[in-house]
Design a protein around this ligand. Sequence first.
Ligand SMILES: Cc1ncc(COP(=O)(O)O)c(C=O)c1O
Length: 425
Amino acid sequence: MATNHELMARREAAVPRGVGHAHPVFAAHAENAEFWDVEGNRYIDFAGGIAVLNTGHRHPKVMAAVAKQMEHFTHTCFQVAPYESYIALAERLNALAPINGAAKTIFFTTGSEALENAIKIARAATGRSGIITFAGGYHGRTMMTMAMTGKVLPYKKKFGPLPAEIYHVPFPHQPFGVTVEDSLRAIEMLFRADIEPERTAAIVLEPVQGEGGFIPAPTELLEALRKLCDRHGILLVVDEVQTGFARTGKMFGIEHSEVKPDIMTIAKSLAGGFPLSGVIGRADIMDAAEPGGLGGTYAGSPIACAAALAVLDVIDEEKLIDRANIIGERMKSRLESISLRNNTVPIAAIRGPGAMTAFDVVTTRGTNEPDADMTKKIIAKAREHGLILLSCGVYGNAIRLLVPLTVSDRLLDEGLEILEQSLAA
Ligand SMILES: Cc1ncc(COP(=O)(O)O)c(C=O)c1O
């Protein structure tokens, strides 16, 4: 088999540089919370394919469900000949989602596509165009979601002009000096300076900013946005693509508050590694688009629907919501003890609900001064010792831990030990 180095040379010749890699290692096979590269090196996976593998690589129940589906058919297109698994999955999600009243769900393939369609639905339901999102938020790489994403580099550079009618306001975060009041005042200013509330279709936010650095939306913000939306007939759209499916110690991140969104977007860990996304929302809103206005050739693939039904069973049977809280506590207490050592790289702001855990790498102990270069070095060092990590955050100095929730304590501790060694100065 080719080496990582040989494959990288072929990749550079054959694939554009616009798609990056966190790690220059080529996957050969994977099992639960580990994978092996083409040279036989083994890695503990604290990235989970960017939050896709809450139920781990190749969960046996997910594999079995997919194999069974493949014996029957792999694709008909839901718009040509529908199938029961799509309906059954929609029914289960409608019952699970914290939406007021009756809910309906439609499926797509990627997270970006879910957000695109959430906007289409919100516009159809309100007859309005404006979309308010938050600085530091991430919603995808398609034209609309790129514009909604609140980070210029690397997502928007060279790709303009961007779609109109998208407005960003600051996201509350104490180290950046932004309060909930600041965010709400910015929306008020927006309503004076740029767009009237009567032309605003939706406010879109992540319950915990993911790519933005694992920064939870304060409950007071969510409650105030709910009130604001109710006052002006604006829809509250919660992007659960990264927070969904037990990661935060609840099924959905928004459930850490009492706030009920009008629309939710889901993807990533929904289908345990198979491409599936969805939009869940109040039934009256979801029915606003005309027949034929929504869909896609692969949207709601029967293979992915079978996988997702198995994922929901696994979350239930293996009590992964409780497990997320246990894993999160274990990771955070280990990080707290590392942060007290005086012979490691300084780390700060250990955070995140459940197992949506992150910390910052800073230049000096006791400060918030980001150290993005050191973050890259730590991630490279951890990989050399067999641990796959990912960074995130507006300043690229946060390290996020997205270990499968099915990880054993032994493997989790082994990964945390490598993390501690990689942080040792
Ligand atoms: C919160 C959030 N929304 C949307 C997306 C886009 O999903 P996808 O990459 O599947 O298009 C992501 C991806 O990281 C995400 O984290």
